[in-house]
Each structure stands twice: as structure tokens, then as C-alpha cells.
Design a protein around this ligand. Structure first.
Ligand SMILES: [Fe+2]
Length: 306
């Protein structure tokens, strides 16, 4: 199956005005007119939109839109889902401005969509309200999303066997808890699934800028705007993303990144990474809580410091 990564995200948010300010002034995304059924859309490239905000509660992920390369890939994916007994809906593609659309739920109850044929707005160039030079999207998708699930193993079976996601690497998060990083394109991961977080649903999503200056300037904007920085500037050990995390107006987090690695399918080998998960930095409440839990487990298991 030819997947092309995370094509779009739909979010349920309580305060659309706060999100408009957060997205435009901090993230540098371009607000555009709402589509059918949503309150605000955000552009980050040549596409008509990449993030759709729906006003409502509970806040969190409304849907993740997974892009198929072409009609044949789309139909093949639907056939596999159908054969596995998944309940598939076929909403009007005009809802998302795409050529074909299907909707289903994962084992944890999160809504996902498959589509092909996204609309372009090539004649109206993307212009970042915050002066961001550009976002890294194209054939590797708009970024990644980390979902907190009851069982990462169960989620992995679903996404790998039914949708063709490939395992890039994994980390132990203490005991039998783990995070799995799955790719659907050359991007290191488009979907991460973890069963170590207390709150189910979206933990964070990541968008990636084209230039180091874009990252640095956004970090300064976050500080100047007083937006809570949940993990400071740092670099992940697995995808080598240089990034920081902020709390969105909806409570979940956003990772603002630069320079993540791309994976070559022909040579990539799955590894398990250990330790705190970062080469440097990324200090903050989120990661410190995970690290503390993992370290306590390792000490109890007699493994000591790693
Ligand atoms: Fe991330």
C-alpha cells in the first residue's frame, strides 16, 4: 500500500479565538476560511488546508487524515480494513475538499480518515503571519501525531497489519510500557503510539519548519507570548528532531521541530533506544515525569543507570 503520511489533522477545540492567535502568531500557520462543519482552517503549504479546528468538547483529536498516493492505494487499504471487520463510513469528500474519503476508528476508539486527492491552493501562496520561511511537508506529510493508547501492542497490530505502517523504532517506558514509532513515508514517524501516559488521546502533534532560524524565532515568540513551554529546546535521540514543546490552548501539547531524519526503507533497521530519549535538552514536566517512572522501574529491576 502506498501511504503518504499524515495529510491533515482535525481538532476539537473549545476556544477557536485562542487557537487562531496561537496558530498564527506563535506557530506561523495561515488562518483561512472555515470549510463545511468546521470553525477555522489553517494552511502550512500549497494545500488548501492542513489543520481543521472544530468548536466543541471534549477537546482533542477529532480525526487524523492519512493520505493515500492514488485511488488504487485507497481502495486497497479499504479492502484490508473491511476484511478485518472494521466499520467503515464514507462521508462526503467535499467535507475535506478531497477526491475520496473514508472514516474508521482504531482499537482505542480514535477516529481516523483515509483519503486521496487533496485540494491545492497554488494560486494563493502560503504566507506565514509570523514570517516562517516554510514548513517541511510535501511527500512526507504535515508532521506526526503521538496517541496515548491503552495498549501500544494492540494499536501496532492494527496500524501495521491493516494500514501498512512500518515500525521505525521503539522505546521501553518502564515495565511493559512502551512507545512505538511508525512511519508511513520517509518521515521517521508519522504516528507514535504509547501506553505510558495517564491521559488517553492525543498527547502532541509535531510540525516541522524548513530552517533553524524559524525554530529559534518561534522559541522566542513562545517565551514573549507567555505560552507554557512544556519541554525546552532539545533533540530527540531517535528522529534527531531539534524541537521544543508548548501547551496548546486545548491542553495537549505541540512539538515545533526542525531537521528530523528521513528513513531509507532499503537500509533501515529497527532498533530500541534506551535512556531518557533525548541527546540533550527537552527538560520539562512531561519528559521528567516519564524519566522518573522509568528510572524507578530500572532501579527496582537492578539495571541501574543506563
Ligand atoms: Fe513528537
Amino acid at each position: 500500500m502506498a501511504m503518504r503520511g499524515l495529510g491533515y489533522l482535525g481538532l476539537n477545540v473549545a476556544d477557536v479565538g485562542a487557537w487562531r492567535k496561537f496558530a498564527a502568531e506563535l506557530l506561523g500557520l495561515m488562518p483561512v476560511d472555515a470549510g463545511p462543519g468546521d470553525a477555522l482552517r489553517l494552511r502550512m503549504d500549497e494545500r488548501a488546508w492542513r489543520i481543521s479546528l472544530h468548536e466543541g468538547r471534549p477537546e482533542g483529536l477529532a480525526y487524523a487524515g492519512w493520505e493515500c498516493a492514488d485511488p488504487a492505494s485507497f481502495e486497497q487499504a479499504l479492502a484490508r480494513l473491511d476484511a478485518a471487520g472494521a466499520k467503515i463510513e464514507r462521508p462526503d469528500p467535499a467535507l475535506r475538499g478531497v477526491s475520496a474519503l473514508a472514516r474508521f476508528r482504531d482499537p482505542a476508539g480514535q477516529t481516523h480518515e483515509l483519503f486521496w486527492g487533496a485540494a491545492l491552493e497554488s494560486y494563493t501562496p502560503f504566507v506565514s503571519p509570523a514570517g516562517v520561511s516554510g514548513f517541511k511537508t510535501a511527500c512526507i506529510g504535515m508532521g506526526h501525531v503521538l496517541l496515548s493508547v491503552p495498549s501500544a501492542g494492540e494499536a501496532f497490530a492494527f496500524f501495521s497489519e491493516r494500514l501498512g505502517f512500518r515500525l521505525t523504532d521503539r522505546t521501553s517506558m518502564g515495565g511493559d510500557k512502551q512507545a512505538l514509532f511508525l512511519r508511513a513515508s520517509a518521515r521517521h514517524h508519522s504516528l507514535a503510539i504509547a501506553d505510558a501516559f495517564p491521559t488517553p488521546g492525543i498527547h502532541h502533534f509535531m510540525i516541522e519548519v524548513q530552517a533553524l532560524e524559524d525554530l529559534g524565532r518561534a522559541y522566542e515568540r513562545a517565551q514573549a507570548m507567555g505560552v507554557p513551554i512544556t519541554m525546552n529546546l532539545g533533540q530527540h535521540v531517535n528522529d534527531r528532531m531539534l524541537s521544543f514543546y508548548v501547551r496548546t490552548p486545548s491542553g495537549f501539547e505541540l512539538e515545533y521541530g526542525w531537521n528530523g531524519i528521513l528513513v531509507d526503507d532499503a537500509s533501515w533497521t529497527v532498533t530500541e533506544f534506551t535512556g531518557r530519549g533525548d541527546l540533550w535538552g527537552h527538560r520539562g514536566a512531561s519528559m521528567d515525569a516519564i524519566t522518573a517512572g522509568r528510572d524507578a522501574h530500572d532501579r527496582a529491576a537492578g539495571r541501574g543507570d543506563r
